[in-house]
Design a protein around this ligand. Structure first.
Ligand code: DGL
Length: 354
């Protein structure tokens, strides 16, 4: 089975929440995560600037032969998803505020998003499709930037300074950064919150499913595939950090040091039924290569306690022995445009989520 390479993009750490959902839904893909942390936040930038920054990131994905890109950023989606779809040959999946589910459950809903998203035609149109719910659109001043600086830690942020007062029976988190404060925002309004991450992951799955069907069709009809699938050598070139693309694309910050950061982590998953185990492990090229040649799964395993039964997890013995399942690796490589890619945060995101 083909292993897809998916590029996930955000202005900074917000898109990690989307990446996490994508990994949960599609554990058999490899991922590049690009947080444009040198230019975050995007929310008040001009559409031209945002378009140009997103283009730079998608060019990096393209250079690595990504099969699809996810704009894990509502702002980027609102501003330039359509233009990016025209410019790039791979599918570009966007992230949109979860207005639809809120419309079916609420009478008065608040939509929180960046200034650029709130002003976008796209959001007005979306909201206009659901007249049964009264939506209030609001752009919390400086909230995405504060979350980026606080590395997603709610304790460092005083919501009273950012959020409007009011009575709402639902709150839409229309910025992937806000998802870090989902519990706190829900408590602030005593109302359920909605985000679009699951929908984005489903859309990615559908898009890759279509690509797979086309590929099969092309193989069975003997035609050459038009889809761009990375060859093993290409991937290994990436894993080994042998290309200068990150540096070339992103200038000064994309140095060897940067590539070293990008190479550092992989997440291991296994099974036919879903994820059964994961552990972030530090790995270099050698480890990775070993991994791709069928290395054993990480020695430390976590026994599932049953809480995740409905997510297709299943038990793995504590003895650390292989139980016959096929181990697969989901590799995630983190790229950024600034120096402060926070490895600890990225690791925690997965440690907490799974
Ligand atoms: N996380 C992004 C979004 O979903 C952008 C936040 C920002 O950079 O202002 O809109």
């Amino acid at each position: 089975m083909k292993k897809y390479l998916v590029g996930v993009f955000d202005s900074g750490i917000g898109g990690l929440t989307v990446l996490s959902e994508c990994v949960r839904r599609l554990p058999d893909c490899d991922y590049l995560y690009f947080g444009d942390n040198a230019h975050a936040p995007y929310g008040s930038r001009s559409p031209e600037e945002i378009t140009s920054l997103v283009r730079t990131a998608l060019r990096v994905f393209d250079a690595y032969g990504a099969d699809a890109a996810v704009l894990a950023c509502n702002t980027a989606t609102a501003v330039c998803a359509r233009a990016m779809r025209e410019e790039f040959s791979f599918p570009v999946v966007g992230t949109e505020p979860a207005v639809k589910p809120a419309a079916f459950r609420c009478a008065q809903a608040l939509v929180l998003a960046t200034p650029r998203t709130v002003r976008s035609e796209r959001l007005s149109r979306l909201v206009g499709n659901f007249p049964q719910c009264s939506f209030t659109l609001f752009a919390p001043v400086g909230l995405a930037g504060a979350i980026e600086r606080a590395e997603g830690q709610a304790g460092a942020i005083d919501l009273k300074e950012h959020l409007p007062r009011g009575k709402y029976d639902g709150v839409v988190l229309g910025c992937t950064h806000y998802i870090y404060l989902r519990k706190e925002i829900s408590a602030f309004y005593r109302a359920p919150v909605f985000d679009g991450n699951r929908g984005t992951a489903e859309r990615l799955a559908a898009v890759l499913g279509v690509a797979a069907a086309r590929e099969e069709e092309a193989i069975s009809s003997g035609a050459a595939s038009g889809a761009r699938f990375p060859e093993r050598e290409e991937k290994e070139a990436f894993f080994a950090g042998e290309t200068g693309i990150v540096g070339g694309g992103l200038g000064k910050t994309g140095t060897a040091d940067h590539r070293a950061q990008a190479e550092e982590k992989t997440v291991a998953f296994c099974s036919e039924t879903g994820m059964t185990d994961h552990r972030l492990q530090k790995t270099g090229t050698a480890d990775h290569k070993r991994g791709s040649e069928g290395a054993d799964p990480p020695a430390e395993r976590r026994e599932e306690n049953g809480e995740n039964k409905n997510k297709c997890f299943y038990k793995i013995g504590k003895n650390g022995k292989k139980s016959g399942e096929k181990w697969q690796k989901t590799s995630i490589f983190y790229l950024g445009s600034g120096k402060n890619l926070n490895k600890r945060l990225y690791e925690q995101m997965f440690a907490n989520k799974q």
